[in-house]
Every structure is written in C-alpha cells, then in structure tokens.
Design a protein around this ligand. Sequence first.
Ligand code: 3PG
Ligand code: MG
Length: 420
Amino acid sequence: MAKLTVRDLDVRGKRVFLRVDYNVPLEEKDGQMVITDDTRIVATLPTLKLLIEKGGKLILTAHLGRPKGKRDVTMSLKPVAARLSALLGKPVTFVDDCIGDKVEKAVAAMKDGDVVLLENVRYYNEEEENDPAFAEKLAKVADVYVNDAFGAAHRAHASTEGVARVVAKRGGKCAAGLLMERELKFLGDELDRPARPFVVILGGAKVSDKIKVIDRLLEKADVLLIGGAMAYTFRLAQGYKTGKSLVEPDKTDTARAALEKAKAKKVKFLLPVDDVIAVPVKTDKLDKKGKPVIEYQNARTSTDMNCPDDAAGLDIGIGTIKAYSAEIAKAKTILWNGPMGLFENKQFAIGTNAIALAVADATRKNGAKSIIGGGDSVKALNRAKLGDKVTFMSTGGGASLEFLEGAVLPGVAALSDKSI
Ligand code: 3PG
Ligand code: MG
C-alpha cells in the first residue's frame, strides 16, 4: 500500500521529527572534520524546503558513522549543521544531544519554519537496539514523524522505526519525505513495470552480496551484464582457472544456479569475454588501515578465459566494454549496481568509466530511464562527472541493495498508509 508523504501533511505550528541520512564522508583537515561529499545533505533540501514553507518546526535527527554508543567527536554532526545552514540559506540550530533537557529547551524556543539538528543518535547504544524507552525519549519532541532517510531505512533502529511506532500509537502521522518517495518510485515502481528492453548491469566484488538481487532481477530483466570480481566466481563455476582473482569458491553452485535460471527464463546473461589482468605484488608501504599496499605489475588485456596463476583479473577488457555498451545502447530501462573493476585504482577504472558513459549516452540518445542503485556505482559516476546525466542515483548503499532484493524496509513499513 502507498505510504503517506509530506505532501499530505498539515504541519503548521507542529513539531516535525524528521529522520534524515546525513551519514556523509568526513576527513580531518587541520584538526577539523570536513565534509568531502554533501550529496546526502543536498538530497534532503526539497523535503526541508517544503516543510519550512508549510510552517513546520523541523527537528532533524541522524546518525554518522558507527560510534557504538560512545561520544566520538570525529563523528559529530556539527559540521553538517553548518553545511546545511549554508545550503538552506537560513540558521540551523545544532543541539549537542538527541534526547533530554537541551533538546526540549531548544525545541520550546522554535518558531514555525525553524530548523534544529540533533547530535548523532548513535552516541546512544539504545538507538541501534531500537530500545522502546529510548524511542519514547526521542518522540518527546515529535507531533509528526517524517522519514527521509532512505539510506538508513533497512535498519530497524529507534530513530528509523521505534519513534514512528510511538508517534503512530499516539494518533500522530508518520510520512515519507520527498527523497524517500523518489527512491521508492525509481528503485520500486519504475523497475516493477520497466520499459523494455530492461538491461541490468551488476558488478562488485562478491557473488554472495548480489545473489538475491540477481535471482530477483532474473524474473524481470531482459539482459543481465556481469562485471567486477564476482565475474570470476562465475568463471570458476564454468571450470576455468582464476589465478589470484578475488573468488568465492564456495559460491560456484550459486553461480551455476543463476546461469541455469537465466537460460530457463530466456534472460540474456553476459559474462566478460576479456579482462584486464595484472600481477599483484605486496609492497612495504602500509595503507590507512595498516595493510600492505598492493602494487599491480604487468597490467594487460587478456582474452584467455583462464587466468595465469600469478595474475588477477581487475577490470573488464575492451571486447567486453564493446559487447556491454551495445546492449546498453538498446535499453529503455537500465539498472546499474556495482563497479566493473577495481575502479579506485585508475589503471582499472576504464571498464567502469566506459559503462558509465554508455549508460549516460543511452539516457540522452534513447530516452532510456537509467537508475543507479547506490554505493560504488554512484561514486564512479560522480568521478566521471556523469552524475547528472542519468535519470536517478540512489542515496542508499545497503538500503538500495536490500530493497532491490525485494525486502520490506523497516523504516518504510513503519510509515502510515495513505487512506484511500
Ligand atoms: C549507510 O551509509 O550505509 C547508511 O547511512 C546506513 O549506515 P550503516 O550501514 O552504518 O547502518
Ligand atoms: Mg551501510
């Protein structure tokens, strides 16, 4: 059933408890935490502006990182309040707690259209535990609940689920924000009734991460294009040697089952016809996590389905790029999730960038609807400066994946149904 949205709400003079996903990447610069990508903040502006216009008092709550119940200044939402204020062009009051007196005082001082941002809700363990007493404490300043945090909607936490239950029990309304509504439209409705051909591009490291999505999309798609390291688990399943490529030997049965299902459903299931391979060598240098930096030597394209013992497959080759681009060019609906190779390394970003370009071209030339399912594929598109050349980019990572798997997201389930 369709969920109530902010459009349906009368919020004038009401306290709107608004859950957003401001889990943005931060970097320390000269002792200050600096936001390196504000996409998730920008994505909530339509909801905020609408609710401000409608005269609500906006109390924003969010998490940042995984502080595990402790106050950690590197995960404070304070820098987010400053950025949000700049983007909105109006003051945003930051409260350095998410429950208690400080919050109640700040909220009592609010006028219609004011905005308050509360401190990281995960400074309390009770958030992730979805503790009912904690949800009650959060709900103390809520007349209405709005969830615009699609990226966190797969979590049944106090601020994404518990509070909604409390507000609903009191007879208050719980609605989806405009971003949440858009995410559900593009990742849900649009893919349920896709214009055909419907081409799905799936990449990433592991078959195990994507198998449920593959299984579900085999019911809907006309073409599936596989890239990334997970392609090598399929190769292994077909009896080829995979050298030092990242593989999941215990998932070859799963891979074989997917290939068989594709055949039975008459879905065109394409695997790479060539690869960029290289010899990984451990160096003495350590990365940020203290692991040895790997250098890749003797990178080259190989059309041999067997990978040499000392080499790893790291990107799709030019033949695959051509074959996949040709399928993408015919598409009317495109869903892309997961990079085609180790794109963080420039040497192995060519395949991912070429697919990004093919998707952007199909969108512009064919009017194809292109939907990017969050996470690394969004990063890749943004790096290639093609982010605005696709129809929709999800702000969710894990949430998009779970939603595409067909899961009911707890943060969505807790919202009020639209009355007919
Ligand atoms: C995310 O970035 O994946 C969401 O904000 C959810 O965060 P989590 O994975 O730490 O729950
Ligand atoms: Mg996550």
